[in-house]
Design a protein around this ligand. Structure first.
Ligand code: 5GP
Ligand code: ZN
Length: 114
């Protein structure tokens, strides 16, 4: 069995509330939401972090951002605003070693960045 929890969610081998899927990315709700809307947009292929993304993955990188925008609209937070975050590595606060884009919204962000 795949050791990566996000790969297992994408493959349907672990539970996850999937809200979107296409040929490049899958999106599911974060298990510990920090705001009323907290969705993770992840590549279907395993990338450990943003550091693994190469120039040939430009379509994937663009897709992740555009899907976040689409889901913000679907979740009804596109007008009030939202935040996109890609934690990378230890200093970035990355806990799950499968690249993911956090889409967070539904409330005013309380914490300043950094
Ligand atoms: P990171 O700190 O790596 O950027 O964020 C990882 C995120 O994944 C956290 O917000 C955490 O709540 C979420 N997470 C961890 N394990 C699971 C899980 O098994 N299922 C889901 N849906 N989210 C998870
Ligand atoms: Zn993975």
């Amino acid at each position: 069995m795949n050791a990566c929890i996000f790969c297992r969610i994408i493959e349907g081998d672990a539970p996850g509330e999937i809200v979107y899927r296409d040929d490049l990315v899958t999106a599911f709700r974060d298990i510990h939401p920090v705001a009323p809307v907290h969705v993770l947009i992840v590549p279907n292929q395993h990338f450990t972090s943003l550091n693994d993304v190469k120039s040939e993955d430009e379509a994937l990188a663009g897709r992740m951002i555009l899907v976040a925008r689409k889901l913000a609209e679907r979740e009804g937070i596109h007008k009030s605003g939202y935040r996109l975050i890609v934690n990378t590595g230890s200093h970035g606060g990355q806990v799950i070693p499968h690249l993911h884009l956090h889409l967070i919204g539904g409330q005013r962000m309380r914490h300043p960045m950094g």
